[in-house]
Design a protein around this ligand. Structure first.
Ligand code: PNS
Length: 167
């Protein structure tokens, strides 16, 4: 059984993340979406909120599981008896950081390999930090995050917005 781990901060989950999840889920028997529980990063959403949001947007994909992890990714991967990590690559700007991370992970545990999926071009500009910034100033985020997530992000910033389904 081929099990892969898709780790990230997912603060919040974007349509780009969801696209990677859908594609990775079709490649592996089981995909574990692993949300980093890192207190030092002071995220917008708590780890439980991020897990719940991911759970909601992936509930129709039967081989996807959502969990949180803390500590080193390679330790978590080994703990659940997996050895493949999936990461999305948006642009060349991601490459250096991603390569550094995957090399570090392999040095820490040579059994762990990273597989990169190029992001759908539609979402190649998209990041959670950009979503947070746009939402904080009351900008439109309906094209960036799954429908059920939109109001949750605005709520964090106390932004009251009519959500236009036509957007
Ligand atoms: O969505 P992100 O913030 O780019 O995800 C980064 C993540 C969570 C994959 C990375 O920070 C991570 O794996 N953190 C756990 C700590 C760790 O293992 N660090 C060593 C690898 S650089």
């Amino acid at each position: 059984m081929k099990k892969a781990v898709y780790p990230g901060s997912f603060d919040p989950v974007t349509l780009g993340h969801l696209d990677i999840i859908q594609r990775a889920a079709s490649m592996f028997d089981e995909l574990i979406v692993a949300v980093l529980n890192n207190n030092s990063k002071s995220p917008l959403f708590s780890v439980q909120e991020r897990v719940n949001m991911l759970f909601e947007v992936t509930k129709d994909i039967p081989n996807v599981k959502v969990v949180s992890f803390s500590g080193l990714l390679v330790d978590f991967v080994e703990e659940i008896d997996a050895h493949i990590v999936v990461r999305g690559l948006r642009a060349i700007t991601d490459f250096e950081y991603e390569l550094q991370m995957s090399q570090t992970n392999r040095l820490l545990n040579s059994k762990v390999d990273t597989v990169f999926l190029n992001t759908n071009l539609k979402y190649s500009y998209l990041s959670s930090s950009m979503v947070r910034e746009v939402a904080a100033f009351g900008g439109e985020i309906t094209k960036f995050v799954p429908e059920t997530i939109v109001s949750k992000v605005y709520d964090k910033y106390g932004v009251h917005k009519e959500i236009d389904d036509e957007q």
